[in-house]
Write a protein that binds this ligand. Structure first.
Ligand SMILES: Nc1ncnc2c1ncn2[C@@H]1O[C@H](COP(=O)(O)OP(=O)(O)OP(=O)(O)O)[C@@H](O)[C@H]1O
Ligand SMILES: [Mg+2]
Length: 213
């Protein structure tokens, strides 16, 4: 079976797209699947992360590939990568315009991170609209949650009302996410991190939606 494509999209900058790309990709890799990462963002953070990982520990990149692509080249790139990879993760720039369309079109699932703020939530509908127009399943993931805050509860409630399922798993606001990224790693690879459980739960949900192991 050719690999599955997960596109990560959100118009709002800094919502956690690249963080999600890295940590979900590594989550699938840790389960023995081959993973390819594609960076569509000219900012190039995902590529920086991958190169840092490669320099630090090439063995930690086994079973993983990295590519960049233009917005319009993504369909060709994904066709090639899905021949070898079980999961292709496409990270996109913070936009929800016609440039995003090809990346949505190739997706088996669109992941939409929402950092816990009203501004992030407002930006979400346009991405969900685009995904729907392409007939794609989307999953909204709450990111940087802070339990016990009123804002957190408000956003979670409003996110339930969006036109796409909301992941049961949520990623908390943890310095480990930023720290791990800088070292070419994933948050679950840090010692004794509570991020491991939330990431594992999220990968479970995604795997279920994609019907992968
Ligand atoms: N759960 C989290 N806890 C703590 N920090 C986080 C979390 N998620 C993301 N961050 C931090 O927030 C910043 C933005 O995250 P990230 O780069 O993943 O967002 P993005 O959506 O890819 O941004 P852009 O739109 O610029 O591509 C980074 O510094 C990242 O380390
Ligand atoms: Mg990014």
């Amino acid at each position: 079976m050719p690999g599955r494509v997960i596109t990560i999209a959100q118009q709002k900058g800094g919502s956690g797209k690249t963080t999600l790309a890295v940590n979900v990709g590594l989550g699938f890799r840790a389960r023995g699947l081959r993973v390819a990462f594609v960076d569509l963002d000219p900012q190039g953070s995902l590529g920086r992360w991958f190169m840092t990982r490669m320099e630090r520990d090439p063995e930690a990149c086994e079973g993983m590939e990295f590519a960049t692509s233009s917005a319009w080249g993504i369909s060709y790139e994904c066709r090639k990568l899905t021949e070898n990879a079980d999961i292709v993760i496409v990270d996109t720039p913070p936009k929800a315009d016609s440039d995003l369309r090809p990346a949505l079109r190739v997706a088996d699932l669109v992941l939409v991170p929402v950092a816990v703020s009203h501004v992030d939530l407002w930006a979400t509908e346009s991405v969900l609209d685009l995904a729907e127009r392409e007939g794609k399943a989307a999953l909204v993931v709450l990111n940087r949650t802070r339990t016990g805050t009123r804002l957190g509860a408000e956003i979670a409630q409003a996110a339930e009302a969006l036109d796409a399922p909301l992941a049961r798993a949520r990623l908390a606001n943890r310095v480990g996410y930023a720290e791990a990224m800088g070292g070419g790693r994933g948050a679950a690879e840090l010692a004794r991190t509570p991020a491991r459980d939330e990431l594992s739960a999220l990968v479970d949900e995604i795997a279920q939606m994609l019907e992968t192991p």
